[in-house]
Design a protein. Structure first.
Length: 192
């Protein structure tokens, strides 16, 4: 992707504290992104709620905000830094992607004329929604394992009986490795 010469200032959303299922690689990738952007002469503004990261070292970004990862904090930063041209949420994992989507839904990015870079909102929504993702793969003739959505334990039990075992159960609307369960036998599912 060619460099957009109109982008002079970027807001990077960090991942917040390290949590189970979302490892510290986001801190490393974020710190590398900050270095690369600074080398290209782009002003960097970082928001992260976790002070114990490489990203939040004072030498990493031009401006660092240790604030809760909320749309309220995003608005406060955009009001201070009206020159922010773009937001890069991909360095903050699931937390940052969720915040980016929430800000998009509240029309914060358009209100402050901020472009989302590094990821397309529609792509996030398709990949997080298992049903939409499966439909897309089927449309472009990529084989997928049989899958079905269940909104209750009873519906899930019916699907499990039809599919057999082993069986993978995972939630929709998560990219960050949250709670994927593998059941090798029916008894394991019933106990769980």
């Amino acid at each position: 992707m060619p460099k957009d010469k109109n982008i002079k200032s970027i807001l990077i959303i960090g991942s917040g504290p390290i949590i189970i299922g979302q490892a510290c690689e986001f801190d490393y990738s974020g710190s590398q992104a900050l270095r690369s952007l600074k080398e290209d002469g782009i002003k960097t503004i970082l928001i992260n709620s976790n002070p114990a990261t490489i990203m939040t070292d004072p030498s990493m970004a031009d401006h660092i905000y240790l604030k809760p990862l909320t749309t309220k904090s995003i608005i406060e930063i955009l009001e201070i830094h009206s020159d922010i041209d773009a937001v890069l949420p991909t360095m903050g994992g699931q937390t940052a992607l969720n915040l980016c989507i929430e800000a998009q839904e509240k029309e914060i990015w358009s209100r402050f004329n901020v472009k989302i870079i590094g990821v397309d909102i529609d792509a996030i929504e398709i990949t997080e929604d298992r049903e939409k993702f499966r439909t897309l793969l089927n449309e472009i003739d990529i084989p997928v394992a049989p899958a079905e959505s269940a909104s209750s334990f009873l519906k899930g039990k019916e699907i499990a009986q039809r599919f057999g075992f082993p069986l993978v159960i995972r939630p929709s609307f998560t990219l960050g490795g949250t709670v994927h369960l593998l059941f090798s036998k029916k008894i394991n599912l019933m106990i769980y």
